[in-house]
Design a protein around this ligand. Structure first.
Ligand SMILES: Cc1cc2nc3c(=O)[nH]c(=O)nc-3n(C[C@H](O)[C@H](O)[C@H](O)COP(=O)(O)OP(=O)(O)OC[C@H]3O[C@@H](n4cnc5c(N)ncnc54)[C@H](O)[C@@H]3O)c2cc1C
Length: 356
């Protein structure tokens, strides 16, 4: 039931960001139209689903650490409200993350991350060979050192998108299956631009570029060692790989290529992902490869999203880069606050006009 009518809101883009904003806005009393020719099949569909402010962190990215951690703290309430609104589970898991390094340079990289996080009061514990195998018995024999990062979680991105779509429907959001070509032509009082990598086509001044990522989905087969109980990230001779457990197997990601609007999955990309994942967890060789897919991360020059007002009728919610799913709760809260005329101070570092 609506609190009171706040007016007409058009949300452009029905990925994780647009769906979250549309759902929350409809619950707050906006009459919401959500525009997308192909809803929930962009980067949010492709993603691995890690909610990982700590293991995605790196010296120099202090603002991102703060923003990402803030959003992670909002995730449990966001997921609970979404599950209730959708009548289906939002897909949030409670298991943490292990990070392992293969050679001595890889282990050195973990040490840099651990030191940087510890200096910022974040909890990470160094683990040796025996402790690592107690946590994940199937780890490759050569792995000797790792980090336990209990605070970094994961979500099943496709369960999440199904829940968001159901919650939008239940809240009365009207889905318009069309691409928007001109924001000014939308019959709305307010517009939220949430078109991911497609955003600069509508507002060319936005510093968003597409960064391709390839990812694999593996299905567990009978008599094969089960998937780990938590996310396992590996640094394998300088390359990064992650293995995120799902109810039926493992998601292995992800490559990163600055090649513009290219969504082709390459042989080299699949080869590297399988080789690196196998170096961490040899048993994946016995899994079924069910999907290889690529998506476009909407990246910005400083790896922070663009959330905030562009003009008196338009709010940006885009540029979420590698951490768009992690940032959904904060983004939805920030956009709702902006529409209410009282911007969220926590989102200030993500203001879309910070580069000009
Ligand atoms: C391989 C890979 C792995 C990733 N792993 C993770 C991870 O583990 N954790 C994490 O937090 N993030 C991850 N990400 C990043 C995350 O997926 C993105 O940041 C996030 O999905 C962005 O959400 P979005 O809604 O802005 O974009 P999208 O999900 O891409 O949605 C944008 C939507 O806008 C629509 N659209 C575009 N142009 C128009 C238009 N003109 N009119 C109407 N609609 C339009 C598109 O059709 C699309 O549906 C990953 C990304 C990739 C590619």
């Amino acid at each position: 039931m609506r609190v009171h009518d706040r007016g007409r809101l058009s949300v452009v883009g029905a990925g994780g960001v647009g769906l979250s904003v549309a759902w929350r806005a409809a619950c707050a009393g906006w009459r919401v139209r959500l525009h997308d020719p192909l809803p929930a099949r962009g980067a949010s569909w492709v993603a691995g689903g890690m909610l990982a402010p700590l293991t995605e962190g790196w010296p120099g990215e202090e603002d991102a650490l703060v923003l990402n951690t803030d959003s992670l703290h909002r995730w449990p309430d966001f997921a609970a409200a979404l599950s209730a609104g959708a009548g289906t589970d939002a897909g949030l898991g409670a298991a943490g993350t292990l990070v392992v390094g293969l050679d001595s340079a890889d282990v050195g990289e973990l040490a840099v991350l651990a030191e940087w996080l510890a200096a910022r009061g974040r909890t990470v514990t160094e683990l040796g060979r025996r402790e690592l195998r107690e946590r994940v018995p199937a780890l490759a024999q050569g792995i000797r050192r790792g980090l336990d990062v209990p605070g970094d979680l994961a979500v099943d991105n496709r369960a999440l998108l199904a829940a968001l779509q159901a919650a939008c429907l239940a809240a009365g959001v009207e889905l318009v299956h069309e691409a928007v070509t001109d924001l000014a032509a939308l019959p709305a009082d307010q517009v939220v631009l949430a078109a991911g990598a497609g955003s600069p086509a509508l507002v060319p001044s936005l510093p968003v570029r597409a960064v391709k990522g390839e990812i694999l989905r593996l299905r567990h087969r009978r008599s094969v060692l089960p998937a780990p109980g938590c996310t396992v990230r590996g640094v394998v001779h300088g390359r990064h790989v992650y293995l995120v457990p799902r109810s039926d197997g493992i998601v292995v990601g992800a490559t990163q290529h600055e090649v513009g609007e290219d969504r082709d999955v390459t042989v080299g990309g699949v080869r590297d992902l399988i080789a690196d994942a196998e170096a961490v967890l040899p048993s994946i060789a016995e899994y079924e490869l069910t999907e290889a897919i690529a998506g476009l991360r909407p990246m910005t020059p400083d790896n922070l999203p663009l959330i905030g007002r562009l003009d008196e009728r338009t709010v940006a919610a885009t540029g979420h880069g590698r951490n768009g799913l992690l940032l959904l709760p904060l983004t939805a809260d920030a956009v709702l606050a902006e529409l209410d005329g009282s911007p969220l101070p926590e989102a200030a570092p993500a203001h879309p006009r910070r580069f000009s």
